[in-house]
Design a protein around this ligand. Structure first.
Ligand code: PMP
Length: 417
């Protein structure tokens, strides 16, 4: 085999001519025409640009001069424009400045980080919590740091990319069980040699399909093996459980879950993420999880917004109740109108649209009609989905408008239900 020598110099990689045809590393980028093909066909639906929310009512966002009904947001409790949340963030900027300019490990830990970590730990009934820059980072950092060669990770098949990437980065062996299939899960457990240390990974509410993991069943099977259980509650927190702590709380197994993960970018109206569990685990991760150690800490404004959102969540359970009522009404009405809605009881209401082209055309037309909904194309989910997100902002009248528009537009476009 020919050994191609490359020298790294201060001016970059040398050893081959810059931009010389097929051996140019940028070649694949220029050949990547899927987005422009969709754009030419008028079907590109990504990176839509939204404006400020001045003058927008609940459930609305601005797009250019228009106001659009937003059914794609994960702001489940309608808190990102809440005056108390905005004021908490603004006040934190005034007091602490706009950023931390350092890693938590060194100069980047603020008193507000410690305060929020303590509140989050209490919220999910754990000894300690650790905040990360994003939810993605929390999953990626924790899974990759916590497991090592010789360990086994048993994962639900439909995990979010951040969990998948964490598992891929880890040296542990990974086994995947069919989505929410406890028989298959049990077979994976049985196939682990007795000396293996096992981490089970699931989402509480699955992000695309919106269904709830069978955490009771998982817990019951896992514990005799001494396996630890990690649950990503990104879409469960704020939505499920008597105090909004997520799917595990809803199913009565919160205390049995070993590590709870949450994100601030959904019900908690900010950006960032956290994990919570045994103090020894948190201390270990604090010093070993590279995406945590080698990355700057979350700005005080983002932290303060989460604190305010948590307080409102605690004091106003009616937000969660309203959200779930709206979602249930939407699910039932969609079914009554012949749409294929996946089963569920959360804020996520996914409608199966078999053909990718139909889904793209549908989302485009809905947006022209003033309604934004996220398209989810395979392989991001097992089927192509019109993934409708309900929030506490939505009124029954807005849901009626969505239903009527969806019914009319899908008939006009000849999309099978
Ligand atoms: N986990 C799940 C299940 C998610 O849906 C998401 C975000 N879509 C994340 C983790 C990542 O969270 P964040 O957006 O805060 O990075």
């Amino acid at each position: 085999m020919e050994l191609r020598t490359m020298r790294v110099s201060t001016s970059g990689i040398t050893g081959k001519k810059k931009g010389s045809g097929s051996n140019d590393i940028f070649e694949k980028c220029r050949n990547f025409t899927r987005p422009s093909d969709l754009q030419s066909a008028g079907l590109y639906m990504y990176f839509e640009v939204f404006g400020d929310r001045d003058g927008c009512g609940p459930g609305e966002v601005r797009m250019g001069k228009r106001k659009v009904l937003m059914f794609g947001s994960n702001d489940y409790l309608d808190l990102i424009t809440h005056p108390k949340v905005k004021e908490a963030a603004a006040q934190a900027i005034r007091k602490y400045g706009s950023g931390c300019s350092g890693s938590r490990l060194l100069n980047g830990t603020l008193d507000v980080h410690i305060q929020l970590e303590s509140e989050l730990a209490d919220f999910v009934h754990k000894e300690a919590a650790l905040i990360f820059g994003t939810g993605f980072q929390a999953n990626y950092a924790t899974l990759s740091a916590l497991t090592e060669k010789g360990d086994v990770m048993i994962c639900d098949h439909n995990l979010h990319a951040s969990l998948v990437e964490g598992a891929l980065r880890s040296s542990a062996r990974t086994m995947r069980f069919r989505h929410n299939d406890l028989d298959h899960f049990e077979r994976c457990l049985e196939n682990c040699p007795q000396e293996d240390k096992i981490l089970i990974v699931s989402e509480g509410v699955f992000s695309m399909e919106g269904d709830i993991a069978d955490l009771r069943g998982i817990m019951k099977l896992a514990k005799p093996y001494g396996a630890r259980v990690y649950v990503d509650e990104a879409h469960g927190i704020g939505v499920l459980g008597p105090t909004g702590a997520g799917a595990a709380e809803h199913l009565g197994v919160l205390d049995d879950v070993d590590i709870v993960m949450g994100t601030f970018s959904k019900s908690l109206a900010s950006v960032g993420g956290f994990i919570a569990g045994e103090r020894a685990v948190v201390d270990y991760l604090k010093h070993t999880a590279r995406p945590f150690v080698f990355s700057a800490s979350l700005p005080a404004a983002s932290v303060a917004a989460v604190g305010a959102a948590l307080e409102i969540m605690r004091k106003e359970p009616q937000r969660r109740e309203h959200l779930l009522r709206v979602a249930q009404f939407l699910r039932e009405e969609l079914r009554a109108r012949g749409f294929n809605v996946l089963p569920g009881e959360t804020a996520i209401v996914p409608v199966v649209i078999q053909e990718e082209i139909d889904l793209c055309r549908l989302c485009k037309r809905l947006l022209e009609e003033g309604i934004y909904i996220n398209p989810v194309l395979r392989p991001a989910a097992a089927q192509n989905l019109l993934r409708i997100s309900c929030t506490a902002a939505h009124t029954e009248a807005q849901v009626e408008r969505l239903l009527d528009t969806l019914e009319r537009v899908s008939s006009e476009l000849g999309i099978p239900r």
